[in-house]
Design a protein around this ligand. Structure first.
Ligand SMILES: O=C(O)CCC(=O)C(=O)O
Ligand SMILES: [Fe+2]
Length: 309
């Protein structure tokens, strides 16, 4: 399939519809994931007030004094939680550090790493926990549709993700100072692919997200109100034997938006650490034989995180 713009898919027939309606949505997702690795999803069932609450909490967090944020700084890839300051990260390692700050948190597991919470914002923790639960619910529905798209049992991906090794990432791209000219190659977020299975991305109206087309051009993924951007990451690319792409994307600094903030929230889904990522049977054929040896999802993620920091 070729289309000249990133597909917009209405998810409500999958949530509310009959078998045929669900299959039609799954088929659209399959085409979009194969051609683009990106699509917008409307009607995803995420309550608008919850999304607004999450963005408001994110704004309050990034407005805290630097000392408060540094007190809960990101420490290591194993925990992968906490505050990451401006230019601390380079998603494209050939370019200067990203003009963004971020805060990572994740569903907690018994005996696992704990989230770090800002002491100055007492409502932040319950708001984020509430939002994470909504993200998990939405992601599970999307994963069900992916299973249908790949002719797997409905719970194929949901079961492989049922320990919720996901990461919620609040992102803030500060306004650039008046008169500031970005250095060559400097970006709000450098070109990269995501590591995991799927990402849900909520963006405000500033713009700047760009997706690389097959032809190598950068196409704006303009914010569409009421939608979430869904993209497939490296692990899904491997799992599907390249049937679904993991497409490079970046956040540039649009001239009209360089003196304003941009906020976005990404929910990166990762399978259980011990889930075996082996070529899905419907993704291999004589023309496309299995390309990779099986790997555990945990080993795959650590390899990718260690390459970024
Ligand atoms: O902020 C955005 O819109 C994209 C961020 C992103 O791609 C990422 O953090 O992986
Ligand atoms: Fe990304």
């Amino acid at each position: 399939m070729t289309t000249d713009s990133i597909p917009v898919i209405d998810f409500s027939p999958f949530i509310n519809g009959d078998t045929a309606a669900r299959a039609a949505v799954a088929q659209q997702m399959r085409q979009a994931s194969s051609a683009w690795g990106f699509f917008y999803l409307s009607g995803c069932g995420m309550p608008a007030d919850q999304l607004a609450e999450a963005f408001a909490a994110s704004k309050a967090f990034f407005a805290l004094p630097d000392d408060d944020k540094q007190a809960i700084a990101w420490q290591n890839a194993e925990s992968n939680r906490g505050y990451v300051g401006v230019r601390r990260e380079r998603l494209d390692d050939s370019k200067p550090g990203d003009l963004k700050e971020a805060f990572n948190l994740a569903p907690e597991q018994p005996g696992g790493p704990r989230n770090l919470w800002p002491a100055a914002l007492p409502t932040f923790q319950p708001e984020m926990e509430h939002f994470m639960a909504a993200c998990i619910a939405t992601a599970d529905r999307v994963l069900e549709a992916f299973a249908l798209a790949l002719e797997q049992p409905d719970d194929f991906f949901v079961t492989a993700h049922n320990r919720h090794h996901h990461t919620l990432r609040l992102l803030h791209y500060p306004p650039l100072p008046e008169g500031y000219t970005p250095q060559d190659g400097e970006n709000r977020a450098g070109a990269h692919t995501d590591y995991g299975s799927i990402t849900l991305l909520f963006q405000d109206d500033a713009g700047g997200l760009e997706v690389r087309t097959r032809a190598g051009e950068w196409l704006a993924a303009t914010p569409i109100p009421g939608t979430v951007v869904v993209n497939t990451g490296d692990l899904m690319h491997r799992w599907t034997n390249h049937v679904f792409c993991s497409t490079p994307h970046r956040v540039n600094v649009p001239p009209q938006a360089q003196h304003r903030d941009r906020f976005s929230i990404a929910f990166f889904c990762h399978p259980n650490k011990d889930a075996e990522i082996a070529c899905i049977d419907t993704c291999a054929s004589a023309d496309n034989p299995a390309r990779y040896a099986p790997i555990s999802a945990g080993d795959h993620l650590l390899q990718r995180l260690n390459a970024t920091y």
